[in-house]
Design a binder for this molecule. Structure first.
Ligand code: ZN
Ligand code: ZN
Length: 239
């Protein structure tokens, strides 16, 4: 179904919460908002949960991801947030994409030290549906008036990551992007979900080759690895 047609159909159908799809309303319902798995204290470098403000990050020891100066991410990829992202990405629901954009822009800091916004491109063609990451980038650009540019392109279709060892995953992703033109010095790099960080690292590497010196990252949600989970409150431990 074309993006236009599915958008039109969704607009004509009765408005329901894009997460639980039960409650009337055009936006995420209050119940679902309360269930969102927030990361309360996070490492400024990698956005992993911290046991308390100022604690040393057990995930990155404060080093963050190579080439990324800081990472903003307010939600754990589990429970209600996982459902929202599933509805946005897999089912292409425009209401879910819009809600994701609203949630992300609500958490933006007042000042973003960036000259341009760049989105990590989708790893598979998105011919007939909106791409969540791109819509997040557009929403940030609209709010901040920082221009959205799209200089990153895939160099090859990535092999399915789950079939690869940790080392091969890195190799697979290392040269996955190329940057087609000279880019500004300060970039805000946007992705929908952060899992291992390899997409952000590869995107930052390509941007640096074309002139970027300071790259910060922002994601809607982040997976939390086993050794990070002790910092997540009990409500989010069993998504
Ligand atoms: Zn709901
Ligand atoms: Zn960290």
């Amino acid at each position: 179904m074309s993006t236009f047609l599915s958008t039109l159909l969704q607009a004509l159908l009765p408005a329901v919460c894009p997460v639980c799809t039960e409650t009337d309303g055009v936006n995420i319902c209050e119940h679902c908002i309360r269930q969102l798995p927030a990361i309360e204290q996070s490492c400024p470098a990698c956005a992993a949960p911290l046991p308390e403000y100022g604690a040393t990050c057990h995930c990155c020891s404060g080093m963050g991801f190579p080439g990324i100066s800081e990472l903003l991410c307010h939600w754990h990829y589990s429970g209600t947030m996982k459902l929202l992202i599933h509805n946005a990405k897999r089912r292409g629901k425009t209401a879910a994409i819009r809600t994701g954009c609203q949630l992300l822009t609500r958490t933006l800091p007042e000042k973003i030290p960036a000259d341009a916004i760049v989105v990590i491109p989708p790893s598979t063609p998105q011919a007939d549906k909106l791409h969540l990451g791109t819509e997040l980038g557009r929403a940030i650009a609209r709010l901040t008036q920082i221009p959205l540019i799209q200089p990153l392109q895939l160099t090859h279709r990535p092999h399915p990551q789950h079939q690869l060892s940790e080392q091969d995953r890195k190799k697979n992703m290392n040269t996955i992007f190329q940057c087609s033109k000279t880019v500004p010095r300060r970039i805000l790099l946007v992705d929908d979900i952060l899992t291992t960080g390899t997409s952000l690292i590869a995107g930052a590497r390509a941007l640096r080759q074309q002139g970027s010196k300071n790259i910060s990252g922002i994601c809607l949600a982040r997976t939390i690895r086993y050794n990070e989970r002790s910092y997540v409150d009990n409500d989010t431990k069993n998504p």
